[in-house]
Design a protein around this ligand. Structure first.
Ligand code: NAD
Length: 420
């Protein structure tokens, strides 16, 4: 299984990052093994009847990296490229993210190998409900709490809650987070990840002495993370000059009108063809001059081809694993880009998911202001902690963030000891 996982490039990247940090922390071989490998790798098949009467079997994975510090927490994605190795990598990063933010969770991730864009709402509902039935023996509000990710949203979470409730005979709102507000979701959850990305990008510009008002930003991805990052940045007075999605990219040096772009995407399904902008090649867009570049779509978007050509001051990693190991090295050697690593930069989502879970357990609702204020306080404290650790130990920000997180997990594993 070790070899199989390492054959996946995303897992190989997460494992290489882990090894580098484990060397820095001088973890002994036993602890290194216990921290690195996932506790549970679960694969289920999901048979689903399609609208045309045919039946198709989908493969779904859920990886629970560790339960050492609490239940696992992490998203569920629907995407045609979902593979066990990639899901395991994302679970490992979630583990470090929860530890870095000091949330009482381990990391988990799930995915169903399907293309949601080709499926009807009815088919998506049946896939979700059947997957929930198959995975029910392995989840619970004190075991594994899922949330939306690529290709899933609050409607997906509502179907999971309903299916789980039907089985349990009672509503268990804490079974997932990212739920609709009137189904005990949290105020601020939908915007939390993108808002956090924008907030931290503004803190980074502040550290660099760059004025935020009038700064420019380019965003890859206009889904949940990208669109809310764009909105919060625009509210700070940042001009969003380029935005891409899976179909193409648009550019306006004077700043894109986000309200109009949102309407265009709602009616056409893509940013392509937006009248208030020019078309631009999505790869070329990434290397245009800007203050903030936020990859908020897929993994490995910043690679050895484009890393030498980046012209941003801040690289704000909205997506998980958007920068390859080679690109990381190039960026570190260049020394002119302030990188906010994914496990910090996009931690707003899991942090507000934690708030949602706490509200569900307490049967109590917080206001959006309370949620966003608590979120910003926690993100700023962690940002400063990572920066201080990086400066003191002369480390890249990613290694600093992962070192703090992995040390937390390794310490707890040592304290708990090994059973039996
Ligand atoms: P989403 O499905 O809402 O949106 C994804 C966006 O990326 C879409 O606009 C899609 O068209 C675009 N996209 C896909 N492939 C692309 C490509 N090759 N080039 C350009 N654009 C492309 O997903 P999301 O929830 O916004 O998640 C985006 C990333 O952020 C993922 O890596 C996810 O794991 C990570 N993330 C999400 C959350 C969250 O709360 N949603 C939290 C933490 C991290």
């Amino acid at each position: 299984m070790r070899t199989e996982l390492l054959q996946n490039p995303v897992f190989a990247m997460a494992a290489a990052q882990f090894d580098q940090v484990a060397d820095f922390l001088e973890l002994n071989d036993e602890l290194r093994e216990r921290c690195k490998w996932p506790k549970r790798l679960i694969t289920v098949t999901v048979p689903v009847r399609h609208d045309d009467g045919s039946t198709k079997v989908y493969f779904a994975h859920r990886v629970q990296h560790h339960l050492t510090r609490g239940p696992v927490k992490g998203g569920l994605r629907y995407h045609p490229k979902v593979e066990l190795g990639e899901v395991a990598a994302l679970a490992m990063w979630m583990n470090w993210k929860c530890a870095l933010m000091d949330l009482p969770f381990g990391g988990g991730k799930g995915g169903i190998n399907c293309d949601p864009r080709t499926l009807s709402q009815g088919e998506l509902e049946r896939i979700t409900r059947r997957f929930t039935m198959e995975i029910t023996p392995f989840i619970g509000e004190d075991i594994d709490v899922m949330a939306p990710d690529m290709g899933t949203n609050e409607q997906t979470m509502a179907w999971i809650v309903d299916t789980y409730a039907t089985r349990a005979g009672r509503l268990v709102p804490g079974i997932v987070t990212g739920k609709p507000l009137n189904l005990q979701g949290s105020a601020g959850r939908t915007r939390a990840t993108g808002h956090g990305v924008a907030f931290l990008a503004s803190r980074a510009l502040n550290k660099l002495g760059v004025q935020i008002e009038g700064a420019t930003a380019i965003i890859q991805g206009f889904g949940n993370v990208g669109s809310y990052a764009a909105r919060t940045l625009a509210s700070y007075g940042v001009k969003i000059t380029g935005i891409s999605d899976v179909s193409g990219a648009v550019w306006n040096a004077g700043g894109l009108d986000l309200d109009e772009l949102t309407k265009h995407v709602a009616s056409t399904g893509s940013v392509v063809g937006f009248a208030g902008a020019d078309a631009i090649d999505p790869q070329e867009m990434l290397t245009q001059p800007c203050d903030i570049l936020a990859p908020a779509a897929t993994d490995m978007a910043i690679n050895r081809e484009n890393a030498p050509m980046l012209k941003c001051r801040v690289l704000a990693e909205g997506a998980n694993g958007p920068t390859t190991t080679e690109a990381d090295q190039i960026i570190s050697d260049r020394g002119d880009i302030f990188l906010i690593p994914d496990i910090l930069c996009n931690a707003g989502g899991v942090t507000v998911s934690y708030f949602e879970w706490v509200q569900n357990l307490q049967r109590f609702q917080w206001t959006e202001r309370e949620v966003l204020t608590r979120l910003e306080t926690m993100l700023e404290a962690t940002f400063n902690r990572v920066l201080h650790f990086a400066e003191t130990n002369k480390l890249p920000q990613r290694t600093a963030a992962q070192s703090l997180a992995i040390k937390t997990v390794a310490d707890v594993k040592s304290q708990r000891g090994l059973f039996p």
